[in-house]
Design a protein around this ligand. Sequence first.
Ligand SMILES: Nc1ncnc2c1ncn2[C@@H]1O[C@H](COP(=O)(O)OP(=O)(O)OP(=O)(O)O)[C@@H](O)[C@H]1O
Length: 308
Amino acid sequence: MSNRMNEPQEPAESNRQSTDSVTQTTAGESQEKIQPEWTEYEFQGDPKFSVEDLDVYYGDEQALQGITMEVPENSVTALIGPSGCGKSTFLRCLNRMNDRIKSARVEGSVELDGEEIYQDGINLVELRKRVGMVFQSPNPFPKSIRDNISYGPRKHGELETGLLARLRGTDSTDREQQLVERCLKQAALWEEVSDRLDDNALGLSGGQQQRLCIARCLAVDPDVILMDEPASALDPIATAKIEDLIEELAKEYTVIVVTHSMQQAARISDQTAVFLTGGELVEFDDTDKIFENPESQRVEDYVTGKFG
Ligand SMILES: Nc1ncnc2c1ncn2[C@@H]1O[C@H](COP(=O)(O)OP(=O)(O)OP(=O)(O)O)[C@@H](O)[C@H]1O
């Protein structure tokens, strides 16, 4: 992983000119789309997601255009780009959260471990269990810290506690305690809250609440954790804790994170996808390559702050 942002070097001219213009217009003719070759990222191992020709519309407005990329498993992928270029829209395609937006229409293919998630009959509850999501503002339930963690597994019928469960002999209080401890440890929060698990989660600091939301996401055993600007509402110390946590989580989970901070993308991610205005994915590569020697002139301009 990259720990620093170097001054970008000059990208190869020959590559740039051939395909940098994703949308070319010849006089008086309709636009012709050319998929940039810099999104074919080569990596070892299997892809977690294979996305092909993904278009997303909100009503008549197109938010993503022909996105094709493969996301490697057990690593951190950062999605960067200027405001409104479709990063959050793309993230929401990966667990079909856009289905909840009435005007949204998704075309193309998204495979998770080789299985199409946009096929009819896919179980959305299962999908969102496998592909969890953490949002920009921490949003714990107004319940105890313990209940925040056990909420998901209870909903899925994996935990039962209380009088009825004890009478039935199905009480899982011990398992719940183990689960709460494991998830809070994984989210680097256990030490700070182990003596107040029954306190209301809303009494935690913003950074603690966000780590609790990550712990809550881990409680249902996901494969993938999607994060939409998870540290943008936090102070620098809380941000550093979330960044450390993201790197740690990637040993076991596939983490895909939208960030506005290029420094953050450079610090925490293994590979970076750069989206630009109009909903194009222009370049996807190792994070070092994107920040030090991108192929696309537009990406170089963006990462060096010339626009965006
Ligand atoms: N629910 C929605 N209904 C209609 N249009 C939407 C909706 N969500 C996003 N859009 C539009 O889709 C485009 C992409 O938005 P999106 O939020 O995905 O971009 P983004 O890169 O995540 O932006 P930001 O960095 O500002 O969060 C924008 O033009 C936006 O206005």
